[in-house]
Design a protein around this ligand. Structure first.
Ligand code: PGA
Length: 259
């Protein structure tokens, strides 16, 4: 039984004041849950978030939204995986479609980042997903498998299953209000799981595959109820602690149903 995982991706949002307000409000809503929860915040706010999560004793792991593809040295403006680990991050989002599309990240860059993240003791959330054009051309499976295989070739299926997760985020569903139907999402999740399973059957059963793309409290239960969907990567709805908490509660209630 895979433990569900719900991850907030704040993107380039937040301020010292609004982050503090978010933590304070979230703390009034929850103290414990069985599902795993992480918040990925902009680099500069990670120390603040770590302190406030600890002070409020919240069951939230800390994550970054990106990391460098280099380990150390003369790379002005970059933030390394070991630095993220040093300040208390446990997770890092790698290969988000906004990084691939706006900042030219390639499958090889993503693979390098995932490898470095693991070497630094961080758990990477490897994002894959097709654009609208790719979907309309019928290339969804080819694209997401190519993106995933680059990572599996670099680190192996077993290591990713043990120490990371995959997020399927159709680009056309991110921030658009258009969500993949549970059937559409499940189909791609099953293909991704098969890809991992074809390399290592234990890893295939173990790896957590999150869905991302306009997840809201109202659509989370249909998505999370699918066999191969183990939780969500939440953007817009995670900026509001009540909405994010409601999504965590959906994952929690499905976990309780199974138990
Ligand atoms: P969204 O973003 O929930 O706002 O669509 C998800 C993501 O980009 O991770």
């Amino acid at each position: 039984m895979r433990n569900r995982l719900v991850v907030a991706n704040w993107k380039m949002n937040g301020s010292l004041a609004s982050n503090e307000a978010w933590i304070k409000e979230y703390a009034t809503l929850t103290k414990s849950q069985d599902v795993e929860v992480a918040v990925c915040a902009p680099f500069v706010y990670l120390p603040q978030m770590r302190t406030q999560i600890n002070e409020a004793t919240l069951p939230i792991a800390l994550g970054a939204e990106n990391c460098s593809a280099y380990a150390v040295g003369a790379y002005t403006g970059e933030v390394s995986c070991s630095m993220l680990s040093d300040i208390g991050c446990q997770w890092v989002i790698v290969g988000h479609s906004e990084r691939r599309q706006l900042f030219g990240e390639t499958d090889q860059d993503v693979a390098k980042k995932v490898k470095l993240a693991m070497e630094a003791g961080l758990k990477p959330i490897v994002c894959v997903g097709e654009t609208l054009e790719e979907q309309e051309a019928g290339n969804t499976v080819e694209v997401v498998c190519r993106q995933l295989n680059a990572v599996l070739d670099a680190v192996g299926a077993s290591a990713l299953a043990e120490n990371g997760a995959i997020a399927y985020e159709p680009v056309w569903a991110i921030g658009t209000g258009k969500t993949a139907t549970p059937q559409q999402a499940e189909l791609v999740h099953a293909v991704l799981r098969d890809s991992v399973e074809s390399r290592d059957s234990v890893a295939g059963k173990k790896i957590r595959i999150l869905y991302g793309g306009s997840v809201k409290p109202s659509n989370a239960s249909d998505l999370f109820a699918c066999n191969d969907i183990d939780g969500g990567l939440i953007g817009g709805a995670a900026l509001n602690p009540r909405e994010f908490h409601a999504i965590v509660c959906v994952a929690q209630s499905l976990t309780e149903t199974v138990i």
